[in-house]
Write a protein that binds this ligand. Structure first.
Ligand code: NDP
Ligand code: OXD
Length: 320
């Protein structure tokens, strides 16, 4: 073991994967795994880095010598909104595996809605052999993606490969080849063109509750799917769930695919479980691969130690 200062790991997910990945990760320094009860009262003041997902609130008071905090996921709302954080760089998790997984979820759900997946699943349950006559082509459907960051940018490209007409919206102007993009000022124009709305926004003060009735009412209603469809894999705090449920019931929205919810796990009495036009996945769109997470942490620490700046650092003023 070298002289290097320890890394404290407090990842409150996939415990077995964390334990297994730690057998070969961060070999050049001591790892203090807070999931191990033996470390519950350990002095953390010598820890240099923290790798966290929804950590113990006391962690940042105990680990007073940190140089940087690594989020165990792409989102950082789990710490920014819940803790008093020291003024340190916070690094998001950005990795090919996570990006691919998210794009898979987005394509899976968009194709499911395009190809009448909900109706065919119902027909199968009823043993009904009936081909639905109206089958729009992807090129007739406009998918509008809100959030064109690491995940949104990959999703729009892959949706375009599948033939969808794809547009995107982000706070600042963006240039993505083959994709028409809108900045914050172009929200109305963006929504008016969108048949399937995909939410890939981070949760910040500006995006909390952004998906509400007023927004859903501005989506295109004359598209080939018979009504707008909403997909959200960003954060549930961005959707006003009571209004979303009403919109799904009264036809403002034709259907939805939801991976994230205002409160998780989704309560067993939520109407979303049983609405026939809703697909629920349990915040599983793009889980972090723990081995890849530790590789990313090792890479970023190596950058720092060789005098290079950290990558994927959160802007504390915008909150993402
Ligand atoms: P990025 O930080 O790379 O991208 C965020 C995007 O959102 C940017 O395009 C940004 O605009 C845009 N944005 C932020 N605030 C606003 C705003 N107020 N108005 C308009 N656009 C805005 O994040 P990622 O793409 O890596 O991840 C996005 C989110 O996905 C994560 O924060 C997390 O919440 C969620 N996530 C969900 C997972 C799941 O399994 N369900 C897994 C992983 C992530 P600009 O480009 O102008 O800065
Ligand atoms: C993330 C997530 O932010 O899994 O990475 O939600």
């Amino acid at each position: 073991m070298s002289e290097k200062r320890p890394v404290v790991v407090d990842l409150r997910f996939a415990r077995e994967s964390v334990v297994s990945a730690l057998r070969s990760a961060l070999q050049d320094r001591l790892v203090i795994d807070m999931g191990d009860p033996a470390n519950a009262d350990r002095d953390l003041s010598d820890a240099e880095f923290a790798v966290v997902w929804k950590p113990d609130p006391a962690l940042f008071r105990r680990a007073t010598g940190l140089k940087a905090i690594f989020s165990g996921g792409a989102g950082v709302d789990h710490i920014l909104s819940a803790y008093e954080l020291p003024d340190l760089p916070i690094v998001r998790f950005v990795d090919r595996s996570l990006t691919d997984r998210m794009s898979e979820w987005v394509l899976w759900q968009c194709l499911h809605h395009l190809r009448n997946g909900i109706r065919y699943a119902g027909q199968q349950r009823d043993r009904l052999w009936h081909e639905i006559a109206e089958q729009p082509e992807a090129r007739d459907v406009t998918v509008g993606v809100m959030g064109l960051g690491v995940l949104g940018a990959d999703s729009v490209r892959k949706l375009a490969v599948m033939g969808f007409n794809v547009i995107g919206w982000s706070r600042r102007p963006k240039a993505i080849e083959g994709i028409e993009t809108f900045d914050a000022t172009g929200l109305d124009a963006f929504l008016a063109r969108t048949d399937m709305l995909v939410g890939l926004l981070p949760l910040t003060d500006d995006t909390r509750g952004i998906y509400d009735r007023a927004l859903f009412s501005r989506l295109r209603r004359t598209g080939p799917l018979g009504g707008p469809i909403f997909l959200n894999a960003g954060r549930g705090g961005s959707q006003k769930e009571s209004e979303l449920i009403e919109c799904l019931a009264d036809g403002t929205l034709k259907a939805a695919s939801l991976d994230v919810f205002e409160k998780e796990p989704l309560s067993s009495d939520s109407p979303l479980w049983s609405l026939a036009n809703v697909i629920v996945t349990p915040h599983a769109a793009a889980a972090s691969d723990v081995r890849a997470l530790f590789r990313h942490v090792e890479m970023q620490i190596a950058r720092l130690e060789s005098g290079k700046p950290l990558e994927f650092v959160v802007d504390r003023t915008t909150g993402y």
